[in-house]
Design a protein around this ligand. Structure first.
Ligand SMILES: Nc1ncnc2c1ncn2[C@@H]1O[C@H](C[S@+](CC[C@H]([NH3+])C(=O)[O-])CC(=O)[O-])[C@@H](O)[C@H]1O
Ligand SMILES: O=C(O)C(=O)Cc1ccccc1
Length: 259
C-alpha cells in the first residue's frame, strides 16, 4: 500500500520506501526519472546522497544572500521541488520569483501538487512557476540565483560548458550559481576511499549489496560525475570569475560560482 501523508489541501507527499532495486533483475535498465522513481524519490535521495538535507536547507540561506530585487531564482532539474521550497521559504527580497524546470513529466506533476500544498500552509512564500522542459532549451531571464542541485551530472558532458555559459550570461551582478554534484577524484586512492565510504553510507541506510550493485549499473550510463578540478575549469571557461566550495560530504559537494 502506498504511504502518503495528506495535507489539508489534499497534497500527497510520498513517503514510500525505495525498494526499486531490491529484487534481482535479469537486465538492469538505464536509470530514468519515471513514475516508479518519482514515488520513492524523497526516500531514495535522502538515503543515497550524504548531506542532501543539509545542502537543500542551506541553499535557501545562501540564496537569500545573493537574491537581487525583481529577479528570477532558477531551480534547474527541480524534481519534486525541495530546493524551490527552500528558496521560497528563505528569500525575502522584493519582487523575486522562482522558476523550477524539469523535463520529467512525472516529477513536474508531483512537484506542482507539493508546491500548491505548501502555498496553502505558509504565507509570504515567493511566487513560483513550474515548467516542464529541457534546461538545455531554456530561454533564461535575468537571474540572481541559479541552483543546479545534482542535475548537471545528468547532462551530456559535451553540453555542460554551453549550458553553464548561458547561465553565466543570465546572471545579474551580485548573483550566484549554486552547483551540487557527485564528485570523482583523480587520485585513485582518494576516489576508492570515498566511493567505499559512500557504499558504507548506503548500507547504513538499509540498502542491500544487491540494491547498491543494481543501482550502480542503472546510473553508470546516465550519470557522469566530474572531478572538482574539471568543475572549476569548466566554470571558468563558461565565464565565472570565482568558484568557492561550501560543502562536501564524502563524494558529494556543493560549489558557489560567482559571475
Ligand atoms: N535536460 C534536463 N532538463 C530538465 N531537467 C532535467 C534534465 N536532465 C535531468 N533533469 C532532471 O534533473 C533531476 C535530477 S535529480 C535533482 C534533485 C533535485 N534538484 C533536488 O534537490 O531534490 C538528481 C538525482 O536524482 O540525483 C531529475 O528530476 C531529472 O528529471
Ligand atoms: O545512488 C547513488 O549512488 C547516487 O550517486 C545518487 C543518486 C541519487 C538519486 C538518483 C540517482 C543517483
Amino acid at each position: 500500500m502506498p504511504a502518503f501523508s495528506t495535507h489539508a489541501a489534499g497534497t500527497a507527499v510520498s513517503k514510500e520506501p525505495d525498494r526499486l532495486f531490491a529484487q534481482p533483475l535479469a537486465q538492469v535498465p538505464d536509470f530514468a526519472f519515471n513514475e516508479d522513481v518519482v514515488r520513492v524519490f524523497p526516500d531514495m535521495i535522502k538515503r543515497s546522497v550524504p548531506g542532501y538535507p543539509t545542502i537543500v536547507e542551506n541553499l535557501g540561506v545562501l540564496a537569500a544572500q545573493f537574491a537581487q530585487p525583481n529577479s528570477v531564482l532558477y531551480d534547474l532539474g527541480s524534481s519534486l521541488g525541495a530546493v524551490t521550497q527552500a528558496l521560497r521559504r528563505h528569500v525575502r527580497t522584493d519582487g523575486c520569483r522562482v522558476i523550477a524546470v524539469d523535463n520529467s513529466a512525472a516529477m513536474v506533476e508531483r512537484c506542482r501538487e507539493y508546491l500548491n500544498g505548501q502555498d496553502s500552509m505558509f504565507q509570504e512564500l515567493l511566487p513560483v512557476e513550474v515548467i516542464e522542459g529541457d534546461i538545455l532549451a531554456l530561454d533564461f531571464q535575468p537571474a540572481s540565483v541559479v541552483a543546479l542541485n545534482f542535475t548537471l551530472q545528468f547532462i551530456a558532458p559535451e553540453q555542460r560548458t554551453a549550458l553553464l555559459a548561458r547561465i553565466r550570461q543570465a546572471l545579474l551582478p551580485g548573483g550566484a550559481l549554486i552547483l551540487s554534484e557527485k564528485l570523482r577524484f583523480n587520485d585513485l586512492q582518494e576516489h576508492a576511499l570515498l566511493t567505499d565510504l559512500h557504499v558504507a553510507f548506503k548500507r547504513a541506510n538499509g540498502y542491500s549489496e544487491l540494491e547498491i550493485a543494481q543501482k550502480r549499473s542503472a546510473i553508470e550510463n546516465v550519470m557522469k560525475p566530474d572531478s572538482l578540478e574539471e568543475h572549476r575549469e569548466r566554470l571558468f571557461a563558461a565565464g565565472f570569475s570565482k568558484v568557492v566550495p561550501w560543502f562536501q560530504c564524502l563524494n558529494f559537494a556543493s560549489l558557489i560560482a560567482l559571475p
